[in-house]
Design a binder for this molecule. Structure first.
Ligand code: SF4
Length: 115
């Protein structure tokens, strides 16, 4: 196995055995990597949320206007987030949930240094 294969998504890492937890063996489910719940986990990239602006600009309004027509391809899990700045002429964006963005991020166990 080369070093590149040790950079994983968190869900991939959680399928692998942890060398520390194996020392206190308490059954197969208790020896897997904890991912970002462990102090040794290191991300290789920053969190980046995807977003999508409306096809037609929505004027800024206080209180915020309701969600405009959702364009094709914007997942139902993405939340409409009205613009907070009157200078923002998009009117808002659909924003990907943090959990979905984090599922794409990759990292590694820092126990033995950087891969
Ligand atoms: S990040 Fe490393 S030390 Fe932490 S649980 Fe995963 S394999 Fe174990």
């Amino acid at each position: 196995m080369n070093d590149r294969t040790m950079i994983l998504t968190e869900s991939e890492a959680r399928t692998r055995w942890c060398p520390v937890r194996i020392g206190a063996y308490a059954g197969p489910a208790a020896v897997n990597c904890l991912g970002s719940a462990c102090a040794m986990w290191r991300w290789t990239e920053p969190l980046r949320l995807l977003c999508r602006v409306p096809d037609k600009c929505v004027p800024y309004a206080e209180p915020a206007l309701p969600e405009p027509a959702r364009p094709d391809g914007v997942p139902s899990s993405w939340k409409w987030t009205p613009a907070m700045d009157p200078q923002d002429d998009t009117g808002g964006v659909w924003l990907e949930p943090v959990s979905e963005a984090q599922a794409r991020m990759r990292g590694y166990c820092g126990l033995a240094g950087k891969p």
